[in-house]
Design a protein around this ligand. Structure first.
Ligand code: OTU
Length: 618
């Protein structure tokens, strides 16, 4: 369909005053949108008609955007690098664990402001499956907030309050699957042929088996296999994650249209950043691991083009937990951009690996393998999140010295507390001691704070916590703090008493915000107070250092094996000692320590597990 005819569908649905702007945006992003969708669905019967009705829906959603959000769209279009500065800081938590419900989250805004937070990722809060729901990652309805957390009106009120406080709300957009009690799944079970096609359902086991030969497993213990027999479907449903999370069939254009409208409706409720959950899994191809397929990228590029047309203020964030070589593709190409932000899970895992190995080799090779960012894009760096630390993204880096499986398995055992380790965590989903899958635990527990019984041990654990946070804050990314880490909160073992959670040790790192520690945060005679003060000093220093913005180039300097020496731009140097022994480092020229505010030059000694941020003196 020529541009001129498809644009009528869009403009026809947009109120008159918005038409010139809609036409401009379509001229800029329509060609990419059409091209991606044509490559995905061009063979389908009635493609152009389908495309026209998609554009009508998009036009209506553009029209419904609201004055404040439209102003945000304009401001961000004028400054597309708004999220790349060194002032940008994220925070991530569960609604119930942070504030009870959405109103309680609003009451935490002063805490977020005190920390310097400008982006809040609230873990899933839409209506979730009854019973087990993978922490909300099994969505029963995208159209309503989970009643336990409040209403859609509460969500809109919260996004407004956050916006006034200069904080963008990030929400999960769980687009790979829905819960088995979502209307689409119910309808399919009740025999609706149209809805059955929203999913991948195989009548017999043989097709499932032939895919299964090359598929990996996300939860090999708690949810082995990738298919679930559903008697009401008289077939096998594709379920990459838990059996109650049914993978959507994105090769069906109806799924694309339904999900695209869902995304734009949430954007109109004030969600500013979408964490695109499990993006790597969207497209299935027999004979592959069904991850990172070219069509998955086309889907994301099409969603980006749609957002650029109807809600250009929003950001898309790829949650693709994949090896480094697969990750840059999630930013797309200049003519066909994809996500604005991508989780750097290799950096996160390598930092923990280096801590266990007392050698910075893994981080150095991840840094060396991290390509420069395209314009107006950023990595997302983090110390911990609600998921396990997945070791397998590091296979390539770990193979540079020794057997990668053995190396990663040793790291995993270390975090499970083996051989007198300071760490208190658990291996995730892996019963084979010779293989590594993931590790769970709160940062403080993994770094040794949970077992620290004297001042000396606590000092060292605190340094390790800061070392990792320093790396994440200084790397050149949007750093996201994980709720509770700012207070040094330890593991929560209570999940073991809950039959619906006991099989999933990721609950170790999902505690309630500890009110006691929270009330002690300004008291340096308490452990929480010491963690909080040290972390805030790092955040404050970062805000003053433009070289720590996301796009500033980085270079590795030669150092002793346990040390990571990371230069940012010409005038900033970060030193991180990943070992329990003092380490030497030779400085070229004169430098000032930004935290301790002293001048340094020549041969210096890094204390065990210490980090230093240095600015070159003029
Ligand atoms: C994501 O994560 C979520 O972060 C998890 O909390 C969910 O359980 C999962 O999706 C299903 O919605 O594959 O590409 O190894 O890292 O499950 C991302 C555990 C994922 C997570 C993995 C995951």
């Amino acid at each position: 369909m020529p541009m001129s005819s498809s644009i009528h569908h869009l403009l026809g649905a947009v109120p008159e005053p918005l038409r010139p702007e809609a036409a401009r945006r379509y001229a800029a992003h329509g060609p990419a949108l059409h091209s991606c969708l044509h490559r995905l669905y061009g063979e389908a019967h009635g493609f152009e008609q389908w495309y026209g009705s998609l554009l009508s829906a998009v036009g209506e959603l553009h029209g419904a955007r609201g004055v404040e959000l439209a102003a945000l769209d304009t401001a961000r279009a004028a400054q597309p690098d708004w999220f790349l500065g060194q002032q940008m800081l994220g925070y991530c938590g569960y609604v119930d664990r942070l504030g009870g419900d959405l109103r309680g989250v609003a009451a935490r805004i002063p805490h977020l402001q005190e920390l310097g937070v400008r982006y809040l990722h609230l873990l899933p809060f839409l209506k979730m499956r009854e019973g087990e729901n993978d922490g909300g990652f099994a969505v029963a309805s995208f159209e309503e907030v989970d009643p336990r957390f409040g209403s859609n009106a509460d969500l809109e009120a919260l996004t407004g309050k956050l916006r006034s406080a200069g904080i963008s709300l990030c929400a999960d957009f769980i687009l790979n699957h829905v819960a088995d009690d979502h209307d689409w799944a119910r309808g399919a079970r009740e025999g609706d042929e149209r809805l059955r096609k929203f999913f991948h359902v195989f009548p017999g086991r043989s097709q499932a088996d032939s895919y299964e030969r090359t598929l990996g497993q996300v939860f090999p213990q708690a949810a082995p296999g990738n298919f679930t027999h559903v008697p009401a479907l008289d077939g096998w449903a594709w379920t990459t994650f838990y059996p109650y999370q049914w993978d959507l069939n994105w090769s069906n254009p109806e799924v694309f249209a339904a999900m695209a409208a869902t995304l734009l409706r949430l954007a109109n409720r004030g969600v500013e950043v979408f964490r695109l959950d499990s993006t790597a899994f969207l497209w299935k191809r027999e004979g592959t691991n069904c991850m990172n397929q070219p069509e998955a990228h086309l889907i994301l590029q099409a969603l980006r083009a749609l957002a650029s047309i109807a809600a250009p203020g929003v950001l898309l964030k790829a949650e693709a937990i994949v090896p480094m070589r697969e990750l840059p593709a999630y930013f797309g190409q200049p003519a066909q951009p994809e996500c604005h932000i991508a989780y750097h899970s290799s950096l996160m895992a390598a930092a923990w690996g280096a801590l266990a190995e007392q050698d910075a080799a893994l981080v150095r090779s991840v840094v060396a393998g991290t390509p420069p960012l395209p314009p107006n894009a950023s990595w997302l760096s983090y110390v911990r999140c609600h998921d396990d630390i997945g070791w397998n993204v590091l296979r390539a880096e770990a193979s540079e010295a020794g057997d990668p499986q053995a190396r990663l398995a040793a790291i995993s055992r270390f975090f499970a507390g083996a051989n007198g380790s300071f760490a208190r965590g658990e291996a995730f989903q892996s019963s084979d001691p010779h293989a590594a899958h993931g590790s769970n635990g709160m940062a403080a527990s993994l770094a040794g704070l949970e077992v620290a019984s004297d001042v000396e041990a606590e000092t060292l654990a605190l340094r390790r916590l800061l070392l990792l946070h320093g790396l994440v804050l200084g790397f050149g990314a949007l750093p996201v703090l994980y709720m509770g880490d700012e207070l040094g909160q330890a593991n929560d073992y209570s999940f073991r008493q809950r039959p619906d959670r006991a099989m999933d040790s990721r609950w170790l790192q999902r505690p309630l915000l500890d009110e006691q520690r929270f009330s002690e945060r300004h008291d340096s005679s308490t452990q929480a107070g010491r963690v909080y003060a040290a972390l805030r000093a790092l955040v404050a220093a970062r805000q003053r250092i433009p070289a720590l913005a996301a796009g500033e180039p980085r270079a590795l300097l030669p150092s002793a094996p346990p040390v990571l020496a990371l230069q940012r731009g010409p005038g900033f140097l970060a030193l991180y000692n990943f070992s329990g022994k003092p380490q030497p480092f030779t400085l070229q020229g004169h430098w000032s320590d930004t935290i301790e505010r002293r001048t340094l030059s020549g041969e210096i000694t890094l204390a065990p597990w210490a980090m230093q941020w240095l600015l070159r003196d003029n």
